[in-house]
Design a protein around this ligand. Structure first.
Ligand code: PGA
Length: 312
């Protein structure tokens, strides 16, 4: 068994096909198949089986994929730690973040961090909560940025920034001028929501259920940008992280709607696996996130300040 075969095997697992793996690895399909076959031979276990017109992991393959991802991830972290200890320049910082954090929190944080540690090369992957947990668990990422880690997830989190969620609509929307808007009125609105899998979407659904709000209609739009823009042009109201709409609130194209229970007080956490250590570059970034230098850079926005006034 070689590292190359393990990497090939994991590429097939992630892409879901030989063709997909060949595309991501920039190699031919026969060489991917040969790598997987050689690995199966050396393990004396079938890792994939035919499924319709494609392939899927066997039970044995699933077990091995988990262990292989963790082993390769740990090895990469070990390599970075060794390079760091040897003082040989660039450590890598492998980050994974949920969409909103990836868009508005990580970029300014990296700008501040890179000024202090220019030799550390960050790589950021952005996805939904499930992807963040998977990447951290399999040690494909060193540190994650997202909401509070669920109990029993095997992850621990360090809170480093408030993340208030506020309700907004286009400036001039009749509800934006009111002192307080009740559930019945909010039920008559069209609600703009993020895609399934988004934490913001889940939070919105919980907020609607708890507040007994049954929207007249809901429009699903697959990104913060699309939701924001739809709100700006007057398609509906939306509950978003204050950080995601800070610019629009400042420029006056969006305005807040005040309703009971809002803003929802959430927080951003730096996430890591409960077990084992994190590489030195990740430890430096983690320390930076809670430092006074980061506080100056991270968006403790006017939107956040405005959103702190609770509505009863
Ligand atoms: P989202 O995630 O940006 O994908 O909605 C936010 C969160 O998980 O808190």
């Amino acid at each position: 068994m070689t590292l190359g075969q393990l990497r090939t095997f994991l590429a097939v697992v992630r892409a879901g096909s030989i063709h997909g793996a060949a595309t991501t690895l920039f190699v031919s399909e026969p060489s991917v198949s040969a790598g997987v076959t050689a690995l199966e031979k050396s393990l004396r276990v079938e890792l994939f089986e035919r499924h319709g017109r494609g392939i899927r992991l066997t039970r044995a393959g699933e077990e091995f994929a988990r262990a292989a991802a963790e082993a390769l991830g740990t090895l990469e972290q070990g390599l970075d730690a060794a390079r760091h200890a040897a003082g040989s320049g660039t450590g890598r910082l492998r980050l994974v973040a949920v969409t909103t954090a990836g868009e508005v929190i990580v970029p300014p944080a990296l700008q501040g961090f890179r000024r202090l540690h220019p030799s550390i090369e960050p790589v950021l992957e952005v996805g939904n909560r499930a992807l963040v947990m998977e990447r951290l668990t399999s040690r494909d990422a060193d540190l994650g940025i997202g909401g509070r880690p669920p109990h029993g997830s095997g992850l621990v989190g360090t809170k480093f920034l408030e993340n208030p969620l506020i309700l907004v609509a286009a400036a001039g929307h009749p509800l934006t001028g009111r002192a307080r808007v009740d559930a019945e009125t909010l039920s008559r609105e069209t609600w703009l929501v993020r895609e399934q899998g988004s934490g913001t979407r889940t939070t919105t659904e919980e907020f609607l259920t708890e507040g007994e709000i049954t929207p007249r209609s809901m429009l699903t739009l697959g990104s913060n940008g699309a939701v924001r823009q739809a709100a700006v042009v007057g398609l509906g109201v939306t509950l978003l992280s204050a950080h995601a709409v800070a610019g629009e609130l400042r420029s006056g194209v969006l305005a807040r709607i005040k309703a009971p229970g809002l803003p929802l007080q959430r927080a951003w956490y730096a996430l890591r696996p409960e077990r084992g250590s994190i590489p030195p570059s990740a430890a430096l970034f983690l320390a930076f996130l809670s430092s006074p230098a980061a506080r100056k850079i991270l968006p403790a926005s006017s939107a956040e300040r405005a959103s702190r006034t609770p509505v009863r």
